[in-house]
Structure formats: structure tokens, C-alpha cells
Write a protein that binds this ligand. Structure first.
Ligand code: PEP
Ligand code: MN
Length: 374
């Protein structure tokens, strides 16, 4: 059971103190307080765990400071959409950028940072198209120990400085160890915090529970968690729940294709049909990664790359984020060159995304009309 308190309830207030005193008296019921400090309001949720079966919504509703009571009906206690009266937020803001189940953010960028020239060229192209988000890989989990592992902490200062120069507000960056969070924080401080970072948990680490707990404990950086490529959707959503239950609710869930040869000739089996499913089961914005799903620059007879086609499929189904690989010179990219889009394709890509998004918005409006009329 979740008690949603009146907005801006202060821990020092009489209501809050009375409420806590009453909760402490409930037999065999433990509780955990989560406070989400936003730019305008502070929201407080209290999660009751243990013997809550005997408590009624009516009884809890009248406790001091309680605005709403939500009976937890689904497995994802924190992130789930629960049946009764659950209108908890499905969006968050970070560094001036809004992420929600109703918005769309494009994170075009380098799979792996390989030089400051590539970073500069990429960010300049994004700025010219009014983009404020990007992807930049510094810590790369690689299949072979002999492959390039990413420049790690060494490249962070110039990546962050260039982001500041080009007005980039959020960089999605994979981390593979909790120490990388400290390295990112230190490099941001050293360069005067010119940008923001969304920590990415890659598909290979989706069930690295200790990493999830550490990343979930900090609330400074939002998190982009990839679906595990060889586990069920339920297992991946529980992985996201690990982050949330530790305190970090600023989470985007990203589909990136499943490992099976049933998806051949694509690198992974594209799973973007799950965009609306994840939005229905949870309150997380849902991203798609067409690059790691498709893995090639194959082109259909209509002139569109397979990557463009799957992006349109995800966006038309309501995707909220696109994480996509570009490179100024894919032949010389150190990681995943064969799937990178060219800088000259950025404008076409963004125009194609806008078309699909417009269609999605019209589809959603039509559905709302039909539901209202019924
Ligand atoms: C990536 O986005 O660079 C990446 C390695 O993705 P994934 O974890 O989905 O393979
Ligand atoms: Mn990659």
C-alpha cells in the first residue's frame, strides 16, 4: 500500500509527525518514506510493507497529511501502474529537459568516444538541428577483452567541455562499475558542470544487482536502463525496480532487441512492440535503440534504411526516447561502425522521426476521441 501525501508536506509539520506516530503503531507493518524534490513541488510517498492486508483504503485515507491511498496491485511496487487511483507522475525533469511517457527525446551520438574531433563534429551537428541530448560511450563493455574498451575517465573532461560549448544538456553514458559514477561526478565538477549525464545500464548489466543498487542509491543522475537481451520483460522491469526501490525514480527503460537468431539478418530481434506494454505496466518513459537492435546499414527497396524503419515503428507506437549511433566517419569508428548513421543523414533522420511522432500524436488523439464518445 502506498500513501501519497499532500504536496509539499514537510517532515517537521504536525501532520507528518502525527502520521508517522500512527504508522509506527500499526502491528507488523514497516514503512519506507520516499521524497521526490522537484523544482516546484516536493512529493512524499510512504510505502507500507508487511501485514497490510487488514488495512483498508478508507481507514488510511483519513490519516493526517494523506492525499491519496494506492493499493499495490502489480509486481512493480514503485514503478508500476496500480489499478486503484494511481495517478503518480510518469515524467521527470533533469537539467532543464523533460522526460515523460508523453514526450520524445532523441539521443543521437557516438557509440564510443574515439577522439575530440568526432565529439565536436557530432555535437555541432546536433546543435545545428536544435538538439540538446546525445549519447557518448566512454566505458564500453566489449565481447572480446582485446577489443577497444573505451577511453573511460580520460575523455570525460573534453566530452563535457564540448557539450557545454554546443549547448548539450544531457549525455547518455554507459557505466559498468559504480566507480564510474564518481569519475563522472568528478569530471563534471572539474569542468564546471557544463552539462548533465544520464547513467546508462547496458543490456549486459541489467541484472547486475549490486550495480543497480549503487546507481539507485544516488539521486543526482537519472538512469537509462536497457532491457536484458536474454531475459524476460518481467525480469528486466524488476531490474528497473531495483533502481527505484533504492530511491532513484528518474528512470527511462530502453528496448534494444533480443539475442536470438530468429531476428536474423538483424543483429537482434527487434522488440519495439513492447513500447506500449512497458508504458501500460509501469510509469517509466520508454526508449528504443534501433542501432543495437538492427546492427547494420541495410536499406530497403523503398530507400529507407532498416534503422529508419524500426525507429518509425517504435515512435508510431509511442516511444519516448531514441538512442541512436552516428559517426562522422563510420569506417574509422572504433566500436560499432557498421551500424552508425552518417552525419549527412542526421537531418533526414530527424525529419523522419518528426513524421512518425506526428502520426503517433494523431493516433493518440483519435483514440481519446473514441474513448470519450463511447
Ligand atoms: C550501447 O548502447 O552502447 C550498448 C552497448 O548497448 P547495449 O547494452 O544495448 O548492447
Ligand atoms: Mn555499441
Amino acid at each position: 500500500m502506498i500513501l501519497v501525501l499532500e504536496p509539499n508536506t514537510l517532515p517537521e509539520s504536525a501532520d507528518y509527525r502525527m502520521l508517522i506516530a500512527q504508522l509506527e503503531r500499526l502491528p507488523k507493518v514497516d514503512f519506507r518514506v520516499h521524497r521526490e524534490v522537484g523544482s516546484e513541488v516536493t512529493l512524499t510517498e510512504i510505502y507500507l510493507i508487511g501485514n497490510t492486508g487488514t488495512l483498508t483504503v478508507e481507514q488510511m485515507q483519513v490519516l493526517p497529511g494523506v492525499a491519496k491511498v494506492v493499493r499495490v496491485s502489480e509486481a512493480y511496487r514503485v514503478l508500476g501502474r496500480h489499478k486503484q487511483g494511481d495517478d503518480r507522475p510518469s515524467s521527470f525533469e533533469y537539467n532543464g529537459v523533460r522526460f515523460g511517457q508523453d514526450s520524445l527525446n532523441v539521443f543521437a551520438g557516438l557509440c564510443a568516444v574515439d577522439s575530440s574531433e568526432s565529439v565536436d563534429a557530432m555535437m555541432k551537428a546536433l546543435r545545428d538541428r536544435g538538439q540538446v541530448c546525445t549519447r557518448m560511450g566512454a566505458y564500453k563493455p566489449r565481447t572480446s577483452p582485446y577489443a577497444f574498451q573505451g577511453f573511460g575517465a580520460q575523455c570525460l573532461p573534453y566530452v563535457f567541455e564540448l557539450a557545454g560549448k554546443h549547448g548539450i544538456r544531457v549525455i547518455a553514458m554507459e557505466i559498468t562499475h559504480e566507480s564510474h559514477v564518481d569519475e563522472i561526478r568528478a569530471a563534471l565538477a572539474q569542468t564546471g558542470n557544463p552539462t548533465g549525464v544520464m547513467l546508462q545500464i547496458g543490456t549486459r548489466n541489467t541484472q547486475n544487482f549490486e550495480l543497480l543498487k549503487q546507481v539507485g542509491k544516488q539521486q543526482e543522475f537519472p538512469v537509462l536502463i536497457k532491457r536484458g537481451f536474454g531475459i524476460t520483460l518481467d525480469e528486466s522491469l524488476n531490474a528497473a525496480e531495483y533502481l527505484a526501490t533504492e530511491g532513484n525514480r528518474k528512470i527511462v527503460f530502453c528496448l534494444r532487441g533480443m539475442k536470438t537468431n530468429m531476428g536474423d539478418p538483424h543483429r537482434n530481434f527487434v522488440d519495439f512492440a513492447h513500447v506500449p506494454v512497458v508504458k501500460r505496466l509501469t510509469r517509466m518513459p520508454v526508449g528504443i535503440d534501433p542501432s543495437h537492435s538492427v546492427g547494420t546499414r541495410a536499406r530497403a527497396p523503398d530507400g529507407l534504411l532498416d534503422i529508419f524503419h524500426v525507429v518509425a515503428q517504435g515512435v508510431i507506437a509511442g516511444a519516448n526516447m531514441i538512442l541512436v549511433d552516428f559517426h562522422p566517419d563510420p569506417a574509422r569508428a572504433l566500436v560499432d561502425g557498421p551500424q552508425a548513421l552518417l552525419m549527412s543523414e542526421l537531418s533526414h533522420f530527424l525529419d523522419d522521426v518528426a513524421l512518425a511522432r506526428e502520426t503517433y500524436e494523431r493516433r493518440a488523439a483519435l483514440a481519446r476521441q473514441r474513448v470519450a464518445a463511447a
